[in-house]
Design a protein around this ligand. Structure first.
Ligand code: PLP
Length: 430
């Protein structure tokens, strides 16, 4: 069986491509985490994907537990999504004018997410959060943005301070973040005292619905609701970043599961069905402050792109209640299997999971925030990662990322993951 194979650490074709890439692209990649810096070794150039599997340039097949960082709800090349993209492409790839695809996707979002009355489509999660905080500043006339250490909201200057995963080592000029206050996650007292001191200058507090960019650090029960209440009390807007959780944690995202009502929400990843699409939305009265109705400018040549809206709609239509129940179940199975294998091998670890979002921390302490997340043993993760890769399982190439499952993760793929885990756990313990 393919699972009996252990791939060598060297990947000659990927290595040659990576050499070429480094000559023309900074670090050889178009997004830093892809370079494998956090785990070492050669990043795999992927040549195709089918359902739960990806294939690299050396012809090796892996069960994919990255799923384009959560963008793929249904795995690779899902036939309905591919057909929708083909059909859209045959009618023209972009117009820069209104299309019915945008309208349908906007209706799908407002229909699914109770807190979103109006939504604006953009191209990436970064644009969505950038636009949401611009709107928050415009609507409140206040400058300050409060965020949490370890929460990533895209590469927006004001939001890159202590932004988790890839941005952990990033340098920023001071003025880029001078109106940003960074607080420890899950620490309501810190939020309360910040609002008491600076409340009248705070435009918004932005948080990930479930932080998943320092590994998965679930909110304490009631934390999001308490944040919403504090914002309301001080006239600041509560902005919840659901770029990861939106349409993945459930049809209405994470906030619907917790019955929390943000003022503004951001979406990306899953809503594009694997193509570039993102969005921000909220109450009509707020969103109507955007141009052309209002003074807050925001625009995009390829926003609401016909291929992306077709893919997004097709992906959302496939995601019914049964789908989410299954996704949560599959995630729990993978998380439990990893937990069991590491426990059996005596490896200190914590598995943290919120619905179908989870990750493994190589630590024997609790992980409520960024400080605890970064105290884990990243070298252990690198060993574990490569042992899994060698056994045909593609994990996120960093300890500070969520593992993403898709609806395409079938029994056979799951069996491969289960088979790889004990040897990878053993590799860490030696
Ligand atoms: N917000 C969150 C919670 C994210 O995880 C990400 C990306 O990983 C972003 C925003 C930025 O999205 P994008 O990479 O599409 O710019």
């Amino acid at each position: 069986t393919p699972t009996a194979t252990v791939f060598p650490r060297e990947a000659p074709r990927s290595a040659a491509l990576f050499d070429r890439a480094r000559a023309v692209t900074p670090g050889g990649v178009n997004s830093p985490v892809r370079a494998f810096r956090a785990v070492g070794g050669t990043p795999r150039f992927l040549t195709r994907g089918a359902g739960p599997l990806v294939t690299d340039a050396d012809g090796r097949e892996y069960v994919d537990l990255v799923n384009s960082w959560g963008a793929l709800l249904h795995g690779h090349a899902e036939p309905t999504v591919v057909a929708a993209v083909r059909e859209a492409a045959s009618r023209g790839t972009t117009f820069g004018a209104p299309t019915t695809g945008e309208l349908r996707l906007a209706e799908a979002i407002t229909g699914r997410v109770p807190a979103v009355e109006r939504v604006r489509l953009v191209g990436s999660g970064t644009e969505a959060t950038m636009s949401a905080i611009r709107l928050a500043r415009g609507a409140t006339g206040r400058p300050v943005v409060v965020k949490f250490a370890g929460c990533y909201h895209g590469h927006v200057d004001a939001l890159l301070a202590s932004a988790g995963s890839g941005a952990l080592t990033l340098g920023l000029p001071e003025q880029a973040t001078e109106d940003t206050i960074v607080l420890p996650y899950n620490d309501l007292d810190a939020v309360r005292s910040t609002f008491e001191r600076h409340g009248d200058r705070i435009a918004c507090l932005i948080t990930e619905a479930v932080p998943a960019n320092m590994g998965v650090v679930p909110p304490r029960p009631g934390f999001n609701a308490d944040l919403a209440a504090l914002c309301r009390e001080h006239g600041a807007l509560f902005v919840v970043d659901e770029v990861i959780t939106g349409f993945r944690s459930g049809p209405g995202g994470w906030c619907e599961l917790e019955d929390v009502s943000p003022d503004l929400l951001t979406f990306g990843k899953a809503m594009g069905g694997g193509l570039p699409a993102a969005a921000f939305g909220g109450r009509a009265e707020l969103m109507d402050r955007l141009a052309p109705d209002g003074p807050v400018y925001q625009a995009g040549t390829l926003s609401g792109n016909p291929l992306a809206t077709a893919a997004g709609l097709a992906a959302l239509r496939l995601a019914d209640a049964d789908f989410y129940a299954r996704l949560d179940r599959v995630a729990a199975e993978v998380a439990d299997a990893a937990d069991a294998a590491l426990t059996a091998a005596g490896v200190p670890h914590r598995v943290r999971r919120a619905g179908n979002l989870f990750s493994v921390f190589f630590t024997d302490a609790d992980v409520p925030d960024h400080a605890a997340a970064t105290a884990q043993d990243t070298d252990a993760y690198a060993v574990f990662f490569h042992a899994m890769l060698a056994r045909g399982v593609y994990l996120p190439p960093s300890a500070f990322e969520a593992w993403f499952v898709s609806g395409a993760l079938d029994a056979e793929a799951l069996a491969r993951v289960r088979e790889a885990l004990p040897a990878a756990a053993a590799a860490v313990s030696t």
